[in-house]
Design a protein around this ligand. Structure first.
Ligand SMILES: Nc1nc2c(c(=O)[nH]1)N[C@H]1C(S)=C(S)[C@@H](COP(=O)(O)OP(=O)(O)OC[C@H]3O[C@@H](n4cnc5c(N)ncnc54)[C@H](O)[C@@H]3O)O[C@H]1N2
Ligand code: MOO
Length: 419
């Protein structure tokens, strides 16, 4: 039997075998979460024209320079501009023009006084809102400096500036910016399409009663959700029985619609290890120096060289394998790079009453509950790779290095933070 691969060797081999998907143009909302493949420039100044930041009056600075509540400036109201207004009355000396937030600044105006700094034309003290009908005159109680409450053309982004650089991840603010500069579609790396296929003659779908020896298929739900959380368009298929022909047919059926395939089960040394049997020669099956997640298969299938991960069937093994190997591969295919491929990590001190044993020569990933405030992590459940209930209570994986055989309470360890 060949030597076991380290976690890092396997991850490196996986990441060296996959590449970002070919870019496509997507409508903005379909591109949410995707990675931009080229710089997007600002085609015209943003905002495109000088406009008012307040509901109030566009004025000339000299007309209000000595205004106070005791000695207000009296201005004639020469017109109104609402947001979207195209006809702009000029503000001549001694005049004011009603302007609403977002309205283009009329010619002649140098500043905007908010309505609260005026009587709103009502003849009393400071107003609280603009009147619906246009008043003849307005009294202004305060001076305004040149440019006050005016958002100048190009003050957010000048024409020709890089709105977003290649590599930017398109979250809500980035999509908002693309829309603001007039883009309706954007070139991105698409979300990988993932098919998740569980194997096991013992598997029954959730919602159906269990027969003798049966268990519900949980892996395909867990991993499809994990793939979606990683940013993929992921679909699960019905679990297939431990028959190589059935498995092969189900796989062929799915391959054309997948950029990446994940299978679970059938990769160990049993008499019915269907995935191993059906894909021998096409997929590398290897043992990793890791617990859980020892048996792993990875290969590039068919003419399209579609990456296939054959993960172990034990639910915790499958999930840990997904987080450590499949997620980074999916993120790379989706155009992410560097640290964005991986889950965030932190250092934490082990909070536990007793020392934790760990297998010699294997990197162990225990399930844990991380307390960022205290900087501690507590083990959740034991090391058994069937402990799916404990997995559901965990929010971190506790990484115990290969050379460590016992972790004393208080020891500092790396934790992988799960989302
Ligand atoms: N003699 C040996 N036996 C085993 C070894 C070994 O080295 N020598 N390795 C063990 C380890 S470690 C793992 S992990 C498992 C991997 O087994 P398989 O990938 O072949 O998976 P199965 O045998 O099909 O299933 C294992 C376990 O998980 C349950 N399972 C499978 N699929 C699902 C699913 N979709 N949902 C929920 N649970 C599932 C299945 O019922 C089994 O209990 O092999 C060990 N054995
Ligand atoms: O390593 Mo298996 O992957 O623990 O249960």
């Amino acid at each position: 039997m060949t030597d076991a691969w380290s976690v890092d060797q396997h991850l490196d081999a996986v990441l060296a075998s996959v590449r970002p998907l070919d870019p496509i143009d997507l409508p903005l909302l379909d591109a949410a979460g995707c990675v931009l493949v080229e710089d997007v420039l600002v085609p015209a100044p943003l905002p495109p024209f000088d406009n008012s930041a307040m509901d109030g009056y566009a004025v000339r600075v000299a007309d209000v320079e000595s205004a106070s509540e005791e000695f207000p400036a009296h201005l004639t109201v020469a017109g109104e501009v609402a947001a979207g207004g195209a006809e702009l009355p000029t503000v001549f000396p001694g005049q004011a023009v009603r302007v609403m937030t977002g309205a283009p600044l009329p010619p002649g105006a140098q500043a905007v006084v908010p309505v609260e700094w005026t009587d709103g034309g009502a003849g009393g003290g400071p107003a609280t809102a603009m009147t619906p009908a246009r008043e003849q005159w307005v009294r202004v109680f305060r001076p305004a400096a040149e440019g006050a409450h005016v958002r100048t053309r190009g003050s957010d982004a000048p024409a020709g500036a890089v709105a977003l650089p290649a590599g930017a991840v398109l979250g809500p603010p980035q999509l908002g910016l693309l829309a603001a500069v007039g883009r309706s579609t954007v070139p991105v790396t698409p979300r990988p399409r993932v098919v998740v296929l569980s194997t096991g003659s013992e598997l029954a779908p959730p919602g159906e009663p269990l027969g003798p020896g049966q268990i519900h298929d949980s892996n395909s739900y867990m991993l499809t959700a994990a793939a979606r959380q990683a940013g993929a368009d992921a679909y699960r298929t019905a679990a297939v029985a431990d028959e190589p022909e059935t498995f092969r047919a189900a796989l062929e059926d799915q391959l054309s619609r997948a950029d990446l395939v994940v299978t679970t089960g059938g990769v160990s040394v049993g008499a019915h290890d269907v995935v191993k049997e059906a894909l021998r020669g096409e997929v590398d099956f290897r043992r990793l120096a890791m617990q859980p997640g020892k048996p792993q298969g990875f290969g590039l299938l068919g003419a399209a060289r579609t990456p296939l991960f054959a993960l172990p069937g034990n639910p915790v093994s499958a999930y840990v394998s997904f987080e450590l190997f499949v997620r980074p591969a999916l993120r790379l295919m989706a155009g992410h790079a560097g640290g964005a491929l991986h889950r965030p990590r932190a250092l934490a001190c082990l909070a536990s009453d007793a020392p934790l044993p760990s297998p010699a020569g294997k990197r162990q990933y225990l399930r844990g509950s991380f307390s960022p405030g205290e900087g501690t992590v507590s083990p959740v459940g034991g090391s058994g790779s069937h402990l799916v209930a404990a997995l559901a209570r965990a929010d971190a994986l506790i990484e115990v290095p290969e050379h460590v055989t016992e972790v004393a309470p208080g020891s500092e360890l790396t934790v992988v933070l799960l989302g």
